[in-house]
Design a protein around this ligand. Structure first.
Ligand SMILES: [Zn+2]
Length: 167
């Protein structure tokens, strides 16, 4: 079972509603950040196909903060980012977690703590890692830690791609 966690960038960034096969979760803060009409419509479409909002406890936030501070990047994370990370960490033992986010700091931390991530836009990830997996079908990019080398969205093969470390 794959659990996808959507952050705000996933909901406003054009990820097609209902395009993920697995459980799909988000957090309270993410929902409160979705304000414009277009993104609200996207959010409603996600709810219609099973998106669930999970609450994060103070204990989970504390844990996420201590992990993020170990990576030295905690100052770059918003409260929402921490909440999303906390949810990902808490689900890690129940399912295979894929965090859907275009936020590079979150992607970096995921990489360090062994949480798979997926980006929505094709561009924008240049400092995360020098190697990524890219889907031959839809072009989505994934962390090199993704276990099956198959796109969880469209089912095409993922090929290893070298990306520049700096823009
Ligand atoms: Zn794909």
């Amino acid at each position: 079972m794959t659990c996808f966690i959507l952050d705000t960038s996933a909901l406003i960034g054009g990820l097609r509603p209902c395009s993920l096969s697995g459980k799909v979760y988000t957090t309270d803060n993410v929902i409160s950040e979705v304000k414009d009409a277009r993104s609200t419509a996207v959010l409603e479409a996600w709810f219609a196909c099973g998106l669930k909002v999970l609450s994060v406890t103070g204990e989970m936030i504390k844990n996420a903060k201590s992990i993020a501070s170990g990576s030295g990047e905690i100052f770059k994370l918003s409260d929402t980012d921490i909440e999303v990370l906390a949810l990902a960490l808490s689900l890690k033992n129940e399912c295979r977690v894929v965090l859907v986010s275009d936020d590079q700091t979150l992607q970096n931390i995921c990489q360090k703590v062994g949480i798979e991530w997926m980006s929505i836009r094709r561009r924008g990830i240049s400092k995360v890692s020098s190697w990524i997996l890219e889907c031959e079908g839809c072009g989505r990019r994934y962390s090199p830690s993704l276990k099956d080398k198959v796109c969880p969205v469209c089912g095409h093969r993922l090929k290893v791609r070298r990306i520049a470390r700096d823009r």
